[in-house]
Write a protein that binds this ligand. Structure first.
Ligand SMILES: Cc1cc2nc3c(=O)[nH]c(=O)nc-3n(C[C@H](O)[C@H](O)[C@H](O)COP(=O)(O)OP(=O)(O)OC[C@H]3O[C@@H](n4cnc5c(N)ncnc54)[C@H](O)[C@@H]3O)c2cc1C
Length: 385
């Protein structure tokens, strides 16, 4: 299991804090409001090693434990959640290759992913299938030493700026159960793989969400992760725990960022002769927000610690993702209300957190599904004799 020396971890956190304050905070509004790809920030994230954060050192990554990684995501997300998506989704691609790829696949792809030389993400969702992934229609047909892929993916993070994706397809569309006919490919951009439109969004700006179109896209069979057909669904599921810890950490960041903005504002803004934090109605909100943010942080670290120990943590990661994303939504809404009219202004930061928060309730499994997963696992672990 990945480990880090506490002194190295403290140094890493200090570096991230400094970078966020010097480079990200001063520029976030400019990028977010223009929905502009933050090229300079991406270069800095490369230098910080974030594209290889959870990739093993033997393949050029930092090999960080989930607890360290989650805290980095929290720190960045408290200022600008969207940019964590640029390396989060990319690391899900890297995880699939490291966990399920063959050794030659690992040696070929992981150093390029870890350095950020090749960046990408996870391409699962299709126009007709998100939650019900087994309903996807994209097919890969074997043709001698190649596969020929046809279909459309949508909502793919980094779809336009990225160049390589973990692509979920059906190698046997007739298979029963449906998941047994699914496979996961490493799909670099090339002939037959084109980008459709960039999707316009409420928030989560600057990171591109794209539609990816595959028309007779041909790749050699050594792009099939693990080089055995029919394992794609299991491989995707194998990344879900870390993926959910990621999203939980983003939720914690937003919940804490919204709390900090509300606390600062409520101490400065005066009505009826005193700072609004001294009005009980506002103090009650701050008390609830602080408790929610802390509970979200502790649940997320609990799930990350279980992950780092190698324990089964689907329920813990689901609880963290569900709770932290709802905390992000509630804290950003309450913080906006505390800001009064200024919360509705594009000059203040809270409007961005308010627009970004809902995504955390959708990504890596909607919160409706999280509760079903938690209940199922809870019942299994507490089965009556
Ligand atoms: C900004 C953004 C970025 C994204 N990035 C990526 C990406 O990088 N890669 C990728 O592959 N996908 C990505 N997605 C897609 C995302 O994973 C899906 O939107 C998500 O899985 C939900 O699927 P859906 O939108 O098709 O909703 P649906 O599956 O159609 O669900 C609609 C509603 O029904 C509920 N529902 C569905 N089934 C059940 C059930 N059995 N029981 C109870 N309720 C149910 C859902 O919770 C939801 O409320 C992204 C989405 C967004 C918005």
């Amino acid at each position: 299991m990945a480990k880090i020396d506490p002194a190295d971890e403290a140094q890493l956190f200090a570096t991230i804090d400094r970078w966020v304050e010097r480079e990200v905070r001063p520029r976030v509004k400019e990028f977010d409001h223009a929905d502009k790809w933050p090229a300079e920030i991406v270069e800095q994230m490369k230098e910080l090693g974030l594209f290889g954060a959870t990739v093993s050192p033997e393949y050029g990554g930092l090999g960080l434990p989930a607890t360290t990684y989650a805290q980095i995501v929290m720190k960045i997300s408290s200022v600008w959640m969207a940019i964590t998506g640029i390396f989060n989704s990319h690391l899900m691609l890297a995880l699939a290759v490291e966990k399920f790829g063959t050794e030659p696949q690992r040696r070929h792809w992981l150093p390029k992913f870890a350095s950020g030389e090749v960046r990408g993400g996870l391409a699962l969702t299709e126009p007709n299938a998100g939650t019900d992934l087994q309903a996807i229609r994209m097919t890969a047909r074997r043709d001698k030493g190649d596969y020929v892929i046809n279909g459309t993916k949508t909502w793919i993070s980094n779809g336009i700026e990225g160049s390589c994706f973990a692509l979920l397809v059906k190698t046997n569309p007739e298979a029963s159960p449906r998941y047994s006919g699914m496979s996961l490919f490493i799909a670099p951009k090339g002939p037959g793989f084109t980008v459709g439109r960039k999707l316009e969004k409420l928030g989560y700006k600057s990171i591109d969400s794209g539609e990816l179109i595959f028309q007779d896209y041909r790749i050699s069979a050594d792009h099939l992760i693990g080089e055995v057909e029919g394992r794609g669904f299991t491989q995707v599921a194998g990344g879900l725990e870390l993926g959910r810890i990621n999203v939980a950490a983003r939720g914690v960041g937003i919940a804490e960022g919204a709390l900090r903005l509300a606390t600062d504002y409520a101490q400065l803004r005066q009505t009826f002769g005193k700072p609004i934090i001294e009005h009980q109605a506002i103090a009650l909100k701050i008390g609830e927000m602080a408790t929610r943010a802390r509970a979200a942080r502790l649940l997320t670290l609990d799930a990350a610690q279980a992950f780092d120990r190698g324990d089964r943590c689907d329920m813990e990661a689901g609880m963290a993702k569900y709770f932290a994303s709802e905390a992000a939504l509630e804290n950003s809404t309450e913080s906006m209300r505390i800001h009064g009219a200024y919360g509705y202004s594009k000059e203040y930061d809270i409007e961005r957190l308010y627009r970004d928060a809902p995504l955390t309730c959708i990504g890596e499994g909607t919160n409706e599904m999280q509760r079903l997963i938690i209940a199922r696992q809870w019942a299994r672990r507490n089965a009556s004799a």
